[in-house]
Ligand binder design. Structure first.
Ligand SMILES: [Zn+2]
Length: 505
């Protein structure tokens, strides 16, 4: 029976560039963002695909090239793995990256993935790797693009999801150019060829920049896969950057090395006293040493199962954060676990203006502001844009009151605003709020640490008022040292200043 999949991806909920989506495969839907753990059916004693599905994962990834080498007669990847859930097959590019050569051509590996009844299949790309020279990066990125072009007639009329990887490594200008060209080929899914060696060293920022560049180029409605990102600590960040699916064998590789995953980093089992997790594996041991005493092949399996549990828990938490519209806070909290991740989070901070159209303006809960970076949240940038483009003060005389000093005057200003002054609240994370709209979301629904705004923000407030034709400012003194900078700037632009200790009645 032929199953026709018209549009394989549906976006259900969005926050930043992250989305909860429905990826429709021939073996059922995958709710994204989702990790499809890598399984190798030819390793005895490894965690099996059916165990992974039983844990709650929605599908797995395996390698078509390995199956071709070890079971060339295989006609069903689902039978081989003994699961009925969606299976993604990689083409062998990882082996090419690791061993330098593989003995298969694209035509053969595409035909083989079709024969295996793979649900999500990948063309044979040429991986760049994390430490390639610029020349090598260009060569591999162009070669991968050419493969994507050559594959088109081979996959025409085939109704599984075909993935076109985009290479180029940390050279974002190359990635940008190739992503634009590949996007034009209209594949049903794209992927970022991840330099896994960078991830292993927590060197996440170059990869975050790659993903950012690719996501800007490929259509928003197309799903994006990230190869090799298997540590739960990075799921939230890469989901926020617009990745929908991940594959990784990290859970098994770490387990082999006696490394125990937590959502905020990896620990060596020998360094742990407690097992800070209550999954079905960890519950069996009262302390870490008991697990360490389990003989190796079994210990490796148990650790792999724990690591998978942690990955699944994080996958669900990330989806929930997107649904609640608090992916910014969630990804940031994860990125604070390691300085290199904090640097990667800056990719979001610096690009926040482009996130505005994808960030919901109504959320079920208020926003949290921890530090100055949070003033780059798309919600704040959208409000600043509104002030610049659409707000006009009622009069040219403005009464400025510190946002946190409003409380005693609340009734006076909301129920009976003075007709001769435009009252504005300044100094909170939204910089300056006209009193009339101060109760609209999210201008009063937030929690902020003190003293978030900088001298630069205060100058922005002054320049906004000048641009809006304000000629007189009455400032209610608050004792904030930034006040003098605000007044000085206004005065230098010809605004008349008065200062008082209490707002006029
Ligand atoms: Zn556990």
């Amino acid at each position: 029976m032929r199953i026709v999949i018209l549009d394989p991806f549906e976006v259900l909920s969005t926050d930043l560039l992250g989305r909860v989506g429905r990826l429709k495969t021939r073996k059922g839907n995958i709710t994204t963002p989702a990790l499809l753990p890598v399984v190798n059916p030819f390793i005895p004693n490894a965690v099996s695909a059916s165990e992974i599905v039983d844990l709650g994962f929605q599908g797995v990834t395996t390698n078509a090239y390995l199956i071709l080498r070890n079971a060339p007669e295989c006609t069903s990847v689902h039978n081989l793995l003994k699961i009925e859930s969606p299976v993604m097959t990689d083409s062998g590019a990882y082996q090419l990256l690791r061993y330098g050569t593989i003995s298969v051509d694209q035509e053969r590996i595409i035909a083989f993935q079709k024969r295996l009844e793979s649900d999500i299949a990948v063309i044979l790309d040429v991986p760049t790797g994390g430490y390639a020279s610029e020349e090598q990066a260009m060569r591999t990125a162009i070669a991968t693009y050419q493969r994507a072009v050559e594959a088109l007639p081979l996959i025409k009329d085939d109704n599984r999801i075909w993935v076109a990887p985009i290479q180029g490594g940390p050279y974002t200008h190359i990635v940008d150019r190739i992503a634009a060209q590949t996007a034009a080929l209209d594949y049903s899914m794209y992927a970022v060829g991840s330099p896994t060696e960078l991830l292993e060293e927590y060197n996440v920022a170059p990869l975050a920049r790659m993903v950012w560049v690719v996501r800007q180029r490929i259509p928003y409605g197309k799903p994006l896969h990230l190869f090799g990102a298997g540590h739960p600590i990075v799921f939230a960040l890469f989901a926020a950057l617009g990745c929908d699916t991940f594959d990784s064998a990290a859970y098994a590789i770490y387990a082999r090395d006696d490394r125990y995953m937590t959502p905020y980093g990896t620990k060596r089992l020998k360094d742990l006293v407690e097992l800070p997790c209550s999954c079905s594996i960890c519950k069996k041991f009262s302390e870490a040493k008991e697990l360490l005493d389990v003989p190796k092949p079994e210990r490796e399996r148990l650790l792999a199962l724990h690591n998978l549990n942690i990955c699944l828990q994080e996958e669900k938490a990330v989806r929930q954060a997107i649904r609640e519209g608090r992916l910014w806070e969630y990804a940031k909290a994860r990125c604070l676990a390691h300085p290199a991740l904090k640097a990667a989070f800056r990719v979001l901070v610096e690009g926040a203006e482009k996130l505005i159209p994808f960030t919901r303006t109504r959320k079920r809960r208020g926003l949290f502001f921890y530090d100055h970076d949070d003033l780059n949240r798309p919600e704040v940038l959208a409000f600043k844009k509104f002030l610049k483009e659409k707000w006009f003060p009622r009069t040219s005389k403005v009464l400025l009151l510190r946002a946190d000093k409003l409380e005693p005057h609340l009734e006076r200003f909301f129920l009976n605003p003075p007709s001769d002054y435009q009252v504005c609240l300044w100094g909170g994370p939204f910089l300056i709020i006209p009193c009339e709209i101060a109760h609209t979301y999210p201008l009063s629904q937030f929690e902020a640490a003190d003293c978030l705004i900088s001298e630069e923000d205060v100058l922005w407030i002054a320049d906004l008022l000048v641009a809006k034709g304000v000629s007189e400012v009455l400032l209610v003194r608050s004792g904030d040292p930034l006040e003098s900078i605000l007044l000085e700037r206004l005065r230098s632009k010809g605004v008349q200043i008065q200062v008082c200790d209490k707002p006029p009645l």
